[in-house]
Design a protein around this ligand. Sequence first.
Ligand SMILES: CC(C)(COP(=O)(O)OP(=O)(O)OC[C@H]1O[C@@H](n2cnc3c(N)ncnc32)[C@H](O)[C@@H]1OP(=O)(O)O)[C@@H](O)C(=O)NCCC(=O)NCCS
Length: 152
Amino acid sequence: MPPESRDGLEFILDESFDGLYLRHAKRTLREIEAVRAARGSSGPVGVIMVKALEQKAGYVYYVAVTREHRGKGVATLLLTDALEKFKAGRIEDVYASVEEGNAPSTGLFLAHGFARTSFAELAKRFGTLRAVNMYRVMMVVPGEFLLHKSTS
Ligand SMILES: CC(C)(COP(=O)(O)OP(=O)(O)OC[C@H]1O[C@@H](n2cnc3c(N)ncnc32)[C@H](O)[C@@H]1OP(=O)(O)O)[C@@H](O)C(=O)NCCC(=O)NCCS
């Protein structure tokens, strides 16, 4: 979705996030390089926001589905599509951060082969300085944990 067509997706974020997360999700929706939406017969039903990081790594910022359409495989479609695009773009490592206790989100990523990782693992793979920068760009905050999946 090009930036000028993204306003119609904001309601999905309103249904999915609160407070700081909602504000950040809306800002990300306006600014991020890649936004893909899933459409149903009555309009958009889900959205995913992704970004290529340095070092052949990619990040899933947000995935959200309208309340009415949850549990029907919409996020699965969006995430599968995003992972295919990352792979086609030679992205080797995909990351996502999830809030502790967010069972639907954790379940979604685990079901797609993501596994919990840590800053220490990231630093081992990319070096401490790069890992610090990646953490900053990913905006992992206390109360969240990092997940990783290799596309190979
Ligand atoms: C997380 C979210 C995107 C999942 O969307 P969805 O379209 O309902 O997900 P799917 O139907 O594709 O489900 C895929 C897998 O996710 C997991 N999952 C989905 N809902 C779940 C729930 N309520 N509890 C536990 N696991 C769940 C399951 O493993 C499911 O696979 P299964 O159906 O084979 O069991 C949706 O709940 C949502 O928009 N939540 C609010 C926003 C949010 O928290 N986003 C994630 C952080 S960015």
